[in-house]
Design a protein around this ligand. Sequence first.
Ligand code: PEP
Ligand code: MG
Length: 568
Amino acid sequence: MFKGTAASPGIVLGKALVLEHNELVIEKKSISDVDKEIERLNDAVAISKAELEKVRDKAKVELGEEEAQIFESHLLVLEDPELLGSAIDKVKSENVNADFALNEIKEMFVGMFEAMDNEYMRERAADIKDVTNRILRHLLGVKIVDLAALEDEVVLVAHDLTPSDTATMDKKKVLGFLTDIGGRTSHTAIMARTLEVAAIVGLTDATDKIKDGDFVVFNGDTGEVILNPDEETIAKYSQMKKEFEEYKKSLELLKGQASVTTDGKHVELAGNIGTPNDVEGLIKNDAEGVGLYRTEFLYMDRTDFPTEDEQYEAYKAVLEGMSGKPVVIRTLDIGGDKKLDYLQMDEEMNPFLGYRAIRLCLDRKEIFTTQLRALYRASVHGKLRIMFPMISSLEELLQAKAVCEEVKAELDTENIPYSKDVEVGMMIEVPSAAVISDVLAKHVDFFSIGTNDLIQYTCAVDRMNQKISYLYNQFNPAVLRLIKMVIENAHKEGKWAGMCGESAGDQRMIPILLGFGLDEFSMSPISILPARKLINSVSEADMKAFADKVLELGTAKEIEEFISETFK
Ligand code: PEP
Ligand code: MG
């Protein structure tokens, strides 16, 4: 048995599929049989073509014509005689191996396209890279797993999963994730909870220990993995799986009920989403709204910024999907660990403290304006709340709000309708914002506390760094004091305070947050009904007294022990 960080609940028994995302290692070799080398290249191209056609057809059916277009472009690259012809010429003239020749030609074309003035041509560089890497993998015999076309049910084992892995995978076939790196708030963990797939992250060497086809059982609640278990263990885990499914069924009874304490304090239980498709999971789990729509996924895994219309369609889909329930859409939060291939960014010593989120949007105003136009246009389709990430000063907040005013004035001139009731709020995820939340509260309609970042910035502890993860603790008294202060400052100005960091859905944290007076809790869809169960069983008055006692304690450890004793 080995252990990692429990990232998403569930008991899983299944066969492992180990994904490799290794860099391609290309060596130069002299070859004697030129014809054979060319045949090898042609074979790899033919296999790649068949694969791409399959992926394109599937994308057309499942994602629509527009999404499938990218694979159409890849097929065009594959069929381009310039590219392959040049590689074949190189093999012939220099007597080198096909992989080396193709890689050299790739580098040349990519360099050429990337240097072009024309945006469209620059995009082609990414297509060339993708397609040639696919051919190269076949030439090198590096396995390519098409997650969209899995034959059997599998447990995915990977160093880490990329957003495109989680976006393209066939969710019906994926039983769970096991990854080498990541913590509870890494994006793989968050995606797992959004997709309701059991997961353990931060296993360090899962991809070494587990081989393709191994049978694994794991518990997403405790972080325990057992490799090739005996019959007795399989029976035990099968029983646990059954019990887990029964518990899930008991939660069904809470659907349609209010989230209210025994002494009548109503709170809003909302969900966090990454794409419009996630709305389905929210409805299934009876969310009372969307408390965080992370729009950066709209910008990722593509070759250029999404257009205003594309964004409008996505926001409209979410607003309509939620049928008038409130929807908090966060403006672009790129940078830190989230990068865009098509946005050239300088290397930074400390990307999490760097050029990101609202800082980038205020600097590259056209990106921000396009998003805000799409948001306001979509606002007529539901109850929109706009939220800015990473605000660290009043100046930033006022600048961001000024851009909203400019956008609205523009829409007025163009006679484009938008809702006049859009609430505008900000995340509190930087300590400086928490400290001046009394001032900021005067200028917003709401706060949403982003504990994932607030913890890392308050405690100066990188949320992705395994080695110091023991310091990354939501129960650190400094973090708790800031949270309490922010909620109180919001209330003093008659504003509401929510939380969309992972702490909002944490069963041990919810009693304290209730005691602090939090109004809205936004979490992974699967945490919503368990949260309602807990909230419906306690009184706000008791939780206030409990939270007061918590704040008297000096360490996170004492606080955790006190919680365990109180809620056995
Ligand atoms: C947060 O920081 O708590 C948050 C919700 O934002 P993200 O996890 O996307 O950084
Ligand atoms: Mg954040």
